[in-house]
Design a protein around this ligand. Structure first.
Ligand SMILES: Nc1nc2c(ncn2[C@@H]2O[C@H](COP(=O)(O)OP(=O)(O)OP(=O)(O)O)[C@@H](O)[C@H]2O)c(=O)[nH]1
Ligand SMILES: [Mg+2]
Length: 271
């Protein structure tokens, strides 16, 4: 994975979080239910130390339900109320009120203010929109949609601050970078799309051997490279001169995975 992706606006976003922390009574830490470990920003853990926190495993509809149950139990053990949520349908949000009651009290004005933080594209704006029952915040399938901060009134006495996604400058473990790439947290321009897709195909073959062949019968018995070529050929993705366009095939595979068409997967095992 490229090491030159960490943009200046991320440092700015981190400063924004720090500056607004004193204004809120609670922080919603949004994690991607498919990668609860890899989507956790180690930089932010330090920033949030001591602040009341609710952990939200978002996109639960895309994660393996068994793994989600195990992750919920594990994160609760850390002492944070933890919910598994689908921000598109609202599934799981009924548990929010009780979680809040466990950790937070409104401020002096009687208004409870919360800050929603998490990596790019994890669904921060969607989560807020669902709670506010409207399209209060801009949402998009690409990382980096929310550029600045925005306060949204969920109810007359509950307000949420939407913030831009924040990553950290270096992934100690290259698998963390690959998992962030395949789940859509990194901009397509800064990742090696083909390497990410090949890694995903190999991962699926190892952990859910039937998943690829179920969606793509042509994948049966093929190594990842060969599978990607076949997929490109089958879809008619050719470069000028007749070579298979493996990048286009890679993008197609990643899109299917991100939209849940291959099934529900959790890429992070509990340590
Ligand atoms: N399947 C599924 N998709 C979701 C869920 N929540 C959000 N999404 C999708 O994820 C994408 C990103 O959502 P956003 O709400 O823009 O994410 P964000 O964290 O605000 O992203 P940035 O502002 O770019 O940091 C959009 O395509 C959403 O429709 C969910 O619970 N399940
Ligand atoms: Mg956003």
């Amino acid at each position: 994975m490229s090491l030159h992706w960490y943009p200046g606006h991320m440092a700015k976003a981190r400063r924004l979080l720090r500056a607004h922390l004193p204004l809120v009574q609670v922080v919603f830490e949004l994690l991607d239910a498919r990668i609860p470990y890899s989507s956790r920003n180690p930089d932010i853990a330090e920033l949030l130390a001591g602040k009341p926190r609710v952990v939200v495993l978002n996109k639960e509809d895309l994660a393996d339900p068994r793994a989600t149950r195990a992750w919920l139990a594990y994160l609760e053990q850390e002492g944070y109320p933890t919910l598994a949520v689908n921000s598109l349908t609202g599934k799981g949000l009924d548990k929010l009120e009780e979680a809040l009651r466990r950790v937070a009290r409104p401020g002096r004005t009687g208004i409870l203010r919360g800050m929603v933080v998490g990596i790019p594209n994890v669904g921060k704006s969607s989560f807020i929109n669902r709670l506010a029952r409207g399209r209060a915040a801009a949402v998009g399938a690409k990382p980096g949609v929310t550029k600045g901060k925005q306060w949204i009134k969920v109810t007359p006495n509950f307000e949420l601050l939407d913030t831009p996604g924040v990553l950290w400058p270096r992934f100690e473990d290259p698998e963390v970078g690959l998992k962030l790439a395949v789940t859509g947290a990194l901009k397509e321009e800064v990742i090696d799309v083909e390497a990410a897709a090949l890694w995903l195909a190999a991962w699926l073959q190892e952990h859910y051997p039937d998943a690829l062949a179920k969606r793509y019968p042509l994948a049966a018995g093929k190594a990842p490279e060969e599978f990607l070529d076949e997929l490109g050929r089958h879809r008619g993705f050719f470069l000028e001169g007749g070579c298979i366009d493996r990048v286009k095939a890679a993008v197609a595979l990643l899109k299917d995975f991100r939209e849940g068409r291959l099934g529900r997967f959790t890429l992070d095992p509990i340590a």
